[in-house]
Design a protein around this ligand. Structure first.
Ligand code: SF4
Ligand code: SF4
Length: 371
């Protein structure tokens, strides 16, 4: 007799669970109320907002001789760029430009993380401008939460109406400017005022609506759920990529404490658990939980935490722009930069990924694998 015959198989009955719950794969969207903050990263963000928007809004109004300086005249199949006129047969230049841009983006991501997302992406830049308007009209985080949770008063109606008016005006101007790169902008302005040019009106409204919806309402959801770059960039990260990180060794155990107490004797780390880093985060994550794909690398949590460290008279940099290797091995800033600038081969995940100079071959090799 075999052992299977000796031991009859145990049957576990499946019971209907009266407490059964339906699990939804969709998380209800929670509105984020970022707190305003000042600091080095915030200043850089605003510098990039000014730079990109001065170029975007200003360029179509500049002339070169008798014509617009930058004009993509699709109807006439001519692109006017400063003193040059490009025809369809010159498409090779556009292809080359796109390839160089793609490789540069991969290279910078491999070396410096999400610089594009945090500082120059139009989604980030317009969200920042729309949030600035919201902040000026409705107040900072706690005032906005109170306003949204309270009933409809005259003050609330007035503030919400003013915000919507400013948002819509900015969105329409953005749509108008964008179309002004394809239709001479002064002619376009005249046509719109005379309510002529059906297609032009359609595209101005279309791009205006896209700006309004993405920067006013969708915000971080575009980065989290819609942006393809956000999804594949993690393939270009390694332990020597610059990322915003929380130094858990230094910060834990977190907890409140009195300023003059010897907190180390009580087993506490440098994190006072004030949650300011969470409140300023435009995507609503807690960087103390580790690197997350939602993080756009804007560095606002660094600014917030540095302000807290200054108040507590602790050294800055509990949250900082660094690399995973630097945090685990306690490298100094100079060591990090030496590592970034030197040739390196990462053999952890696969062979043949090289970074030379600051990562030129590394970015190129990864780019070619992804393209
Ligand atoms: S801001 Fe700094 S101290 Fe405050 S919770 Fe965040 S990591 Fe801790
Ligand atoms: S965790 Fe910090 S760096 Fe990342 S998105 Fe939030 S505030 Fe920006």
């Amino acid at each position: 007799m075999s052992s299977e015959q000796k031991k009859p198989q145990k049957i576990i009955p499946i019971k209907a669970d009266s407490q059964e719950k339906t699990i939804s794969f969709f998380e209800a969207h929670k509105k984020i109320y970022p707190r305003s903050i000042s600091g080095r990263f915030m200043s850089w963000r605003w510098a990039m907002v000014w730079l990109t928007q001065l170029i975007f809004y200003g360029l179509p109004w500049l002339d070169w001789g008798q014509r617009q300086m930058v004009l993509f005249d699709l109807g006439a199949r001519r692109f006017y760029l400063f003193g040059y006129v490009l025809y369809p047969q010159d498409f090779i230049y556009l292809t080359a430009l796109l390839i160089v841009s793609a490789l540069s983006l991969f290279l910078f991501t491999a070396v410096a993380g999400r610089l594009w997302c945090g500082f120059t992406c139009p989604q980030t830049v317009y969200t920042e401008i729309f949030m600035w308007i919201e902040h000026k009209v409705e107040g900072d985080r706690s005032a906005r939460i109170r306003l949204d949770q309270g009933g409809w008063t005259l003050e609330k109606i007035w503030r919400k109406t003013l915000k919507q008016f400013l948002w819509i005006a900015l969105a329409l101007w953005t749509g108008f400017t964008f179309v002004g790169y394809f239709v001479p902008i002064r002619e376009l302005g005249g046509e719109l005022l005379a309510l002529q040019g059906g297609w032009q009106i359609f595209w101005v409204l279309f791009y205006g609506f896209a700006t309004y919806g993405n920067a006013g309402y969708m915000r971080e959801q575009v980065c989290k759920y819609m942006c393809p770059y956000a999804r594949f960039q993690s393939a270009m990260f390694d332990k020597d990529t610059l990322v915003v990180s929380y130094d858990a060794k230094r910060g834990e155990n977190r907890g409140p404490r009195k300023k003059d107490l010897d907190y180390k004797a009580q087993g506490l780390g440098d994190c006072i658990d004030c949650k300011l880093c969470v409140q300023v985060c435009p995507v609503g994550i807690d960087i103390r939980d580790g690197l997350q794909y939602e993080c756009i690398g804007c560095g606002l949590c660094v600014d917030a935490c540095n302000n807290v460290m200054d108040n507590m008279h602790y050294p800055r940099g509990l949250i900082r722009l660094t690399t995973q290797n630097a945090v685990s091995q306690g490298w100094t800033g100079a060591q990090i930069w030496r590592r970034i600038a030197s040739p390196r081969a990462d053999l952890h995940h696969d062979f043949g990924r090289f970074a030379v100079g600051p990562g030129l071959l590394y970015g190129g090799a990864r780019a070619s694998r992804l393209m």
